[in-house]
Design a protein around this ligand. Structure first.
Ligand SMILES: Nc1ncnc2c1ncn2[C@@H]1O[C@H](COP(=O)(O)OP(=O)(O)OP(=O)(O)O)[C@@H](O)[C@H]1O
Ligand SMILES: [Mg+2]
Length: 308
């Protein structure tokens, strides 16, 4: 598997704002599920500050990493390594000291242009934690955007910041691309004078600027679809949080979100980490494995969890 491919793979990205919500767990297990369905799947460990997916798969850390791609020492296909799972491959993230801020937007675009040409059906990028534009930008470039949150107020807060920054960034870029960057800038300046407390209100202000502004907003709203996973759910209240998150997205951020599904808290999950095998491979019949399979199907079919 060392050549670029003709067919464009789908690119999925997993983010979420807060650290430790289960992004790497979800990435590795959704990927395992896709590979089991015969889909050629490549995981890219894009956690530039704390890459550890190689450990989750028992892949040696002496491998070349994404840092070599950014340093122009290796092409992307050269970085692909096998995992112990058929159809599943990995591009190791920067392991040694690496300054995430050092990657410029143009380098991320370059990375995506190369990622799009990899020989795969699905590419899944694990983004790591944080709500900084540096991480959000990578999220925005993906075809399917997945956020993993815990049913805890701090994780939810960080997730909303992440989604807020994401859509704000999306709109800004779209206005600049349409040569209406000054309209966006004026709205930002104006908003201080109004009682604009959230993104939905800001979108309302921006929309009033012109018909063209409204069209740009509508295009971006149609494109910006985020998929939410509640991880480590313990109660029915935790499970129903996904629906509340959807309502809050519309109310405060002004866009719709999909509730993909939830995964229960399961104490055997941290134990599988030390076995360096994905949970789905160790416990394929468990409750959580069934949930991960359902989430993967929802992603493939562009569906969401049935609203309770
Ligand atoms: N559903 C779950 N039940 C129990 N433990 C879980 C569950 N999901 C993840 N964990 C555990 O939570 C810890 C954090 O998971 P993980 O490393 O995937 O988070 P992360 O979001 O990738 O973290 P980081 O932001 O540091 O990259 C791990 O020890 C993992 O085993
Ligand atoms: Mg992680």
């Amino acid at each position: 598997m060392n050549a670029y491919y003709q067919k464009r793979p789908e690119i999925w990205a997993v983010g979420g704002g807060k650290g430790g919500t289960g992004k790497s767990f979800v990435t590795s297990n959704i990927a395992t599920c896709l590979a089991a369905q015969g889909k050629r799947t490549v995981i890219i460990d894009a956690d530039f500050g704390g890459a550890n997916l190689h450990t989750l798969f028992g892949v040696s850390k002496s491998q070349k990493s994404l840092a070599d791609f950014f340093a122009k020492k290796a092409s992307l296909p050269e970085l692909i390594v096998d995992t112990q799972i058929k159809n599943l491959y990995l591009i190791v993230g920067p392991i040694r000291y690496f300054e995430p801020e050092s990657i410029k937007y143009a380098q991320k675009i370059k990375l995506f242009n190369h990622v799009k040409r990899l020989r795969a059906d699905v590419i899944i990028m694990d983004l790591g934690s944080g709500t900084h534009f540096n991480i959000v930008d990578t999220f925005l470039l993906a075809d399917k955007k997945i956020v993993v949150t815990l049913p805890q107020i701090t994780a939810l807060e960080n997730m909303f910041s992440f989604l807020n920054n994401g859509f704000y960034r999306c709109l800004h870029r779209a206005f600049v691309d349409n040569k209406l960057g000054y309209v966006f800038k004026n709205a930002v300046e104006e908003k201080a004078g109004y009682e604009i407390g959230n993104l939905r209100q800001f979108i309302g202000l921006l929309r009033k600027k012109s018909d063209e502004a409204g069209e740009i907003i509508d295009d971006e709203l149609a494109r910006y679809m985020v998929n939410i996973i509640i991880n480590q759910a313990k109660t029915t209240k935790d499970i129903s949080l996904g629906n509340q998150v959807r309502s809050l997205c519309i109310k405060y951020l002004g866009f719709k979100a999909n509730y993909l599904g939830y995964i229960e808290q399961d104490d055997t999950i941290p134990q599988t980490i030390n076995r360096q095998q994905p949970y789905l491979q160790v416990y394929p019949k468990s409750r959580c494995a069934t949930k991960i399979e359902k989430i993967t199907t929802n992603l493939l079919d562009n569906k969401q969890m049935r609203v309770q």
